[in-house]
Design a protein around this ligand. Sequence first.
Ligand code: HAM
Length: 412
Amino acid sequence: MNIKAVRGTKDIFGKDSEKYDYVVKIAGDYFEKYGFSRIITPIFEETNLFKRGIGEGTDVVSKEMYTFEDKGGRSCTLRPEGTAAVVRAYLEHKIFALEDVTKWYYHGSMFRYERPQTGRYREFNQIGVEVLGKKDPILDAEIISMAFEFLKKINIEDLEVQINSIGGKETRLKYREALINFLTPKKEKLCADCQNRYESNPLRVLDCKVPSCKEEVKEAPILLDYLNEEEKNHFDVVKQFLDIFGVKYVVNTNLVRGLDYYSNTVFEIVTNKLGSQGTVLAGGRYDTLVEQMGGKETPAFGFAMGVERLMLLLSENHFNEKNKVFFVWLGEETKIEAFKLTQKLRNLGIEVGIEYESKSMKAQMKRADKFGAKKVLILGENELNEGKIVIKDFTKGEQEEILLSEVENKLI
Ligand code: HAM
């Protein structure tokens, strides 16, 4: 019997699991600086949560969910995304009564029955953030900027931030009518999917990736032209603060997102390096979801990114930014100082490798290379007597002699 991982799922190990941990750790540390704390929700939920939260007309709910009946006859679904569950938890634990603004981040597996290809899986991992309780366009810009800065921090470059506003429900109803009128005479030219959904979910035709559909919607009415004063102002301030935060963006008037809960600001961060799966991170404002799930009116904003897509983009040189150091000691007299310093550096959070037995410089340097050290500390008897140590930086190809007392500052 030759059993393999189920289509669309995968094992993550070796360099890939290092990349995975690296992305998740930096994200958590970084988001915490913006006041986020972690929430862990169950991997499966009642099916109705997603039907109600994401929308029955969406592809995710109508075609892609892993739904099963448990032994107690309940319909459960493996979570296809994180936002609906976060809102459920927010209401279930009455978090709204405890604080004005809630900022949560999460990461974990999501499940969607999609056609697998590079960057698209049936079980994939997301890191997401949600802010509940605040409707301020500055917040939208701040969170988009946080997302962009995070991607820069892990050295993922050549990204484009695309933004749009899809207004509120009334605006979309008006626009929907105009769009259906525009699309009706072109129906035959649309792809099979769009022919089916152009009346039930016409906005999705706007961001269909099929070339013939892209061509047909070129002259479509523009949603931004339908925004009311308040929605327009909101969007203007988002753009103004993106400029202030130094985030370059383009307004993509066809950006509408595939989940029903959005209103006003929506955004995606895209790359052209992953073929058709170029959206690395996506999200927006969802001011009516909490109410829709039975809570009080609570504005909210969030995004999620695909960890596997980030892993595909992480360059080998860059991802291992970990401060990995190898301690080379030469001669028995240096051993005690070498181990003392090694422990001290480890306690400061630096990953340090060291040999237990006295070995030649060549053998230790070979070991340092295998260890993946970015820097090597070299302590010989002469240096020790002078209270000095050599530090060699492989990434810069530089070497210098410094005081033993300066080592910590040099490495942190
Ligand atoms: P989404 O656009 O469905 O939004 O997914 C967010 C990101 O998850 C995508 O941009 C992509 O990087 C990744 N992703 C989605 N499907 C797959 C897949 N099959 N394989 C690999 N990666 C995938 C959401 O899920 C919303 N909950 C985001 C959000 C949070 N909006 C507000 N708050």
